[in-house]
Design a protein around this ligand. Structure first.
Ligand code: GDG
Length: 740
């Protein structure tokens, strides 16, 4: 029975040892509660570090035994591994870089080597536990190399990866000396998930520039497989937070805490100690607020919880000192005998206390400099049963994309934070309730269970899609089989796509002239009377005529608008009005204005916007924009938008290369058919082919074609070998074929 294996740096328990007795404390983290509902089911399993260094093998065995009934499996890390892999590379190299604090990042080869080693250690444990049908879901930046390591060991397994922290822009990511290996590590997954579209976009751009793989609608085609990149904003266990907030225990705690605080209004701040959370900046903003609005003295208290975290890392020690100092300074400056502006706690609390704090806070001040998502702000909203309260939220937190009803601030803009505090503290209740209501509705719907099922559904979809689009490499055995079929056929049809399949792409469309080798090849194939060669292209008929018109072949030009059968002139398959061109051209002109290096090509029945000479990344970005713009316009017309290789083409819908190819299939005998193409548009050709045809995709393996080869050169060689090996036979058996 297939199971789900979750892999993360930490297990959802914390192992403790007191006087030789082991105890297991359940972790309260967002991930633990979110995935808690699934890892405990059936044979599912969670693999990770149990939170304590254990060196004795007998003790390790005992822990492994203890955890088995809880559906957990430990990975034991040594002291050095914790120091170099976790505190070092994960938290001093990756964490600062991914949160745009590159100036804090350290680059040390030794730390990297341990990171690789520990990822291998996790891989070993997963491989021991995983069956071929299992789904493996890897979490977060500590395990970026694991997906590829697993892929190598378990090539057919289903692997998902989710990153909980931001993915930075290419300009920041590229600073890492190990950038390529890190990306290649992640690309071993079938589905790579991030919290936001921006993270996803940054990742795709880094993959494009560093590894060289492009993407389309989130799909990355590597030479061996296709994987999907998507965004899945993580939710919270809404019912749990709302339910806890409604409990008598929490209400009791709220009453006690309130009676101990003299101020009427409470501003709440909760974070792990981390420079990415903007704690010091928040304190400075509160100080300025007190200075600017003295009427709030003795009226408002900042209740600030800082949860100890990573205190072995130098930067965190420094931050702790800075926060202590700031709190001391502000309290020293403004405190009265019966009022402290800041109530500061450096420790963690049980959920019930946290919930009481959420209930009593009039304002939640969540101002990270960067945050993948931020769950605290969501928990605050879920705990507000009376809907009274205001959320001030940093636009640098992933959560800001969903919670647009919050007061959104730029955490670097101290004046904006001050004014937002004033607005929040003086906001009419009806307005608070209206905003809270919207946010609660959204969080209730997009809760943690929704997040898990969205990710798992998408992962299954990727697997199905991969299967339906998987092509096999055209190996020697297939070639020999194809060669036999060719030899024994009395009539043969060759559909050969021009750009990308027969000829490599060039910077300018007109530079892709056929070379002598190609001319010889086409002449050789078409010189056999049993063969009929159809060169298919989206190019203008004039160009095709100029380049290939003199050969004894058939041509499909402009996606099938124009066709030419050997020995005859050009005919249109369809005569179409082209009055749409004027309007569409205006739009394309706009994109040319905005995108240096791009240009428009006008064909008789279509318009093309080319971006192969545009700066990498910018062209793709504009193309996505243009495609969605055009699709919107095309939805009510009979126009079709083709998102091609470095070009976006608009044409009348009735025409495609597949329909044109079908014409030959219906008109001419064919005991043997081969079709070679490379582009999305060529998928129409493959689809139109009979089942027994040899359909060959040039490039990656993502196609409805049956086979693929890697390059144009390989495609040409295959065709040459096919006709040459056979020509010898036909010659020896008295055939009249010349070799070119
Ligand atoms: C990473 C990403 C992303 C805090 N204090 C106490 C306590 N907490 C709980 C909160 C919340 C969790 O810890 C903190 O989660 P965040 O999301 O706010 O931040 P990170 O820990 O940095 O998490 C982040 C997240 O992963 C998930 O993908 O959102 O962007 O950085 O659940 O309630 N819980 C208890 N006592 C405390 O004192 N019990």
């Amino acid at each position: 029975m297939a199971k789900l294996i979750i892999v993360s740096n930490r297990l959802p328990v914390k192992l403790q040892e007191k006087e030789g007795e082991l105890s297991y404390k359940t972790s309260e983290g967002g991930l633990a509660t979110g995935l808690g509902s699934i890892y405990k089911q059936k044979d599912n399993l969670w693999i990770g570090w149990p939170g304590m260094v254990v060196n004795e093998p007998e003790k390790q065995d005992k822990i492994t035994e203890d955890l088995r009934p809880e559906n957990m499996h430990p990975v034991f890390l040594t002291e050095t591994e914790i120091k170099e892999f976790y505190e070092g590379f994960s938290n001093e190299t990756l964490w600062p870089t991914f949160h745009y604090f590159s100036q804090y990042a350290i680059y040390e080869q030794q730390l990297w080597e341990t990171y690789v080693k520990v990822n291998e250690k996790y891989c070993e444990e997963v491989v021991k536990q995983a069956g071929p049908e299992d789904t493996i879901w890897v979490h977060d930046y500590q395990l970026l190399l694991l997906p590829s390591m697993l892929r190598e060991r378990l090539p057919d397994s289903t692997i998902g990866f989710f990153q909980h922290i931001p993915f930075p822009s290419y300009e920041v990511f590229r600073l890492l000396p190990w950038r390529k290996s890190l990306l290649e590590g992640m690309l071993g997954a079938d589905l790579v998930g991030f919290h936001t579209y921006d993270d996803m976009r940054h990742f795709l751009s880094s993959v494009n520039r560093i590894v060289g793989y492009g993407s389309m609608h989130g799909w990355i085609n590597t030479p061996s497989r296709s994987l999907l990149v998507d965004s899945f904003p993580m939710g919270i266990d809404y019912e749990k937070y709302a339910g806890t907030a409604a409990s008598e225990e929490v209400k009791k705690r709220e009453r006690i805490y309130r009676s101990n605080l003299n101020a009427q209004k409470i501003i709440l701040s909760i974070d792990r100690l981390d420079y990415s959370k903007g704690i010091a900046q928040r304190l400075k903003a509160f100080e300025l607020f007190l200075e600017k609005y003295p009427e709030f003295h003795e009226q408002v208290t900042l209740l600030m919880l800082v949860v100890p975290s990573r205190d072995a890392v130098e930067k965190y020690k420094e931050l702790k000192e800075e926060v202590d100092e700031l709190v001391g300074r502000i309290n020293g400056k403004y405190s009265h005998i019966n009022w402290n502006p800041i109530q500061y706690f450096y420790r963690s609390y049980p959920l019930e206390t946290l919930s009481a704090f959420y209930r009593m806070a009039d304002v939640a001040l969540v101002t990270p400099m960067r945050d993948g998502m931020n769950l605290v702000c969501k928990e605050y909203v879920a705990s507000k049963l009376d809907q009274k309260g205001v959320l001030i939220l940093s636009e640098m937190a992933g959560a800001s994309k969903e919670l647009s009803d919050a007061l959104l601030i730029n955490p670097n803009d101290i004046n904006q934070i001050v004014e937002s505090l004033y607005t929040a503290l003086t906001m009419p209740e009806e307005m608070q309730q209206a905003q809270m209501q919207n946010m609660q509705e959204s969080l209730q719907r997009y809760n943690i269970h929704h997040w898990v099922s969205m990710f798992m559904d998408r992962l299954s979809y990727v697997k199905i899609k991969q299967m339906s689009l998987a092509t096999s490499y055209l190996d020697e055995a297939t070639f020999l089989e194809m060669s036999d079929a060719y030899d024994s056929a009395s009539s043969r049809l060759f559909f050969l796509e021009y750009d990308g399949a027969l000829v490599d792409y060039r910077n300018r469309p007109l530079m892709a002239r056929p070379d002598d080798e190609l001319m010889d090849l086409l002449e050789l194939i078409s010189s056999n009377p049993k063969n009929r060669v159809v060169v298919v292209s989206s190019r203008e008929k004039a160009t095709m005529q100029d380049w290939l018109g003199h050969l004894n072949i058939d041509i499909i030009a402009e996606h099938g608008v124009w066709i030419k059968q050997r020995g005859t002139g050009w005919q249109t398959m369809l005569s179409l009005m082209d009055d749409w061109k004027k309007d569409i051209r205006l739009i394309l002109d706009l994109y040319v204005d905005r995108t240096p290096g791009s240009f428009i090509e006008e064909k008789e029945y279509s318009l093309v916007w080319h971006y192969r000479r545009v700066e990498t990344g910018l062209g793709d970005l504009r193309a996505r924009e243009l495609v969605s713009h055009l699709n919107f316009l095309a939805s009510n017309s009979n126009l079709q938008v083709l998102d091609g290789q470095m070009a976006v083409e608009v044409k009348a819908q009735e025409i495609n290369k597949g329909k044109a190819s079908s014409y030959w299939l219906s008109k001419f005998p064919h005991k043997f058919v081969v079709a070679v193409g490379d582009d999305w548009g060529d998928e129409d050709i493959f689809k139109a082919m009979p089942r027994e045809a040899y359909t060959i995709k040039v490039g990656n393996a993502y196609s409805v074609a049956k086979y693929h080869v890697d390059t144009c050169e390989e495609a040409r060689k295959t065709l040459l070998r096919l006709v040459q090996s056979s020509s010898k036979q036909e010659q020896t058996s008295g055939g009249a074929l010349m070799t070119g």
